[in-house]
Design a binder for this molecule. Structure first.
Ligand code: SAM
Length: 272
């Protein structure tokens, strides 16, 4: 069982983990995160003359949304695989670069707007991630940052954590991702955005269904393996949790689709 962030590096903080996930992420997660990325980008006053930074771009959900406004987009991620995927779109107004979001290799005040969708919240030093977004945003520029409204995240992770909490409350360790837990609260999120160097944060709540394809139960089980709470269970408990998960699916599925409502917080703020 994970007892702390230091006990075992989280998969989320290992670029090699994300390198392996590119194809699956693009197929299963990006259609879902795009719903939130589009909403985050829509809060930014950007257009063809704007320079926009997307921090922890993944397969490019927010970068692609910003690029559709005509803005010149810099998309960064610490995973070489993710960066290669964004480059492969071949869009002339997206430059994808491999970089750590906690220490951006970018000049001060270089961007009119900065966005991060489900990225900064995962960084071990998420405060540095937010400060770096503020540093590279020009005075008068703006930012949009999306996080989950639950310390348990979203989608399969959210439902799995709820089930484990119900069946084996002693097996839920303190959330190892401190940013995920801290920023899940609208008041604390707004305060963190201000502490990073932004002003006038407005935090909005938005919910979408994660549509899990449950046609093949074996595929669903495979999703558990990267989840910290799952790896803390012994064989008997993980079997019981998987049975409960499958029962929930069977009670609420519509055909091959099982919807998991997931709520995000999107903070929009200005750079003084
Ligand atoms: C949950 S995905 C979000 C991707 C995308 N923004 C989206 O909404 O679909 C998290 C991304 O953060 C990236 N990431 C994690 N830690 C990072 C860091 N320290 N610096 C840059 N990128 C990081 C991962 O490689 C991954 O692509």
């Amino acid at each position: 069982m994970l007892s702390s962030e230091q006990a075992k590096p989280l998969p989320y903080n290992d670029p090699a983990h994300w390198d392996k996930m590119v194809t699956a992420y693009e197929a299963q997660s990006q259609p879902f995160t795009t719903l939130f990325a589009d909403a985050a980008v829509a809060t930014l006053p950007i257009g063809p003359s704007s320079k926009v930074l997307d921090v922890a771009t993944g397969t490019g959900a927010a970068a692609l949304a910003a690029a559709r406004t005509g803005a010149a987009v810099t998309a960064i991620d610490f995973s070489a695989g993710m960066v290669a995927r964004v480059r492969a779109h071949g869009l002339p107004n997206i430059e994808a670069r491999q970089m750590d979001g906690q220490a951006l290799d970018l000049p001060d005040a270089a961007f009119d707007a900065a966005v991060s969708v489900f990225g900064v919240m995962l960084f071990p030093d998420w405060r540095a991630g937010l400060r770096e977004m503020a540093r590279v945003t020009r005075s008068g520029g703006s930012a949009a940052i999306a996080v989950w409204k639950s310390a348990d995240g979203a989608a399969v992770h959210l439902l799995l954590s709820q089930i484990i909490r119900r069946l084996y409350p002693d097996n839920i360790t303190p959330m190892p991702c401190t940013g995920l837990a801290e920023l899940a609260d609208p008041g604390r999120f707004a305060a963190a955005v201000i502490a990073a160097g932004f002003s006038e944060p407005v935090v909005a709540e938005i919910t979408h269904d994660f549509k899990l394809n449950v046609a093949n139960p074996g595929d669903v089980d495979k999703l558990f393996e990267f989840m910290p709470h799952w790896s803390g269970l012994d064989a008997d408990k993980s079997a019981a949790v998987a049975r409960t998960f499958r029962a929930e699916i069977d009670s609420r599925r519509v055909g091959d689709i099982f919807a998991i409502p997931s709520t995000a917080l999107i903070a929009t703020a200005l750079r003084p």
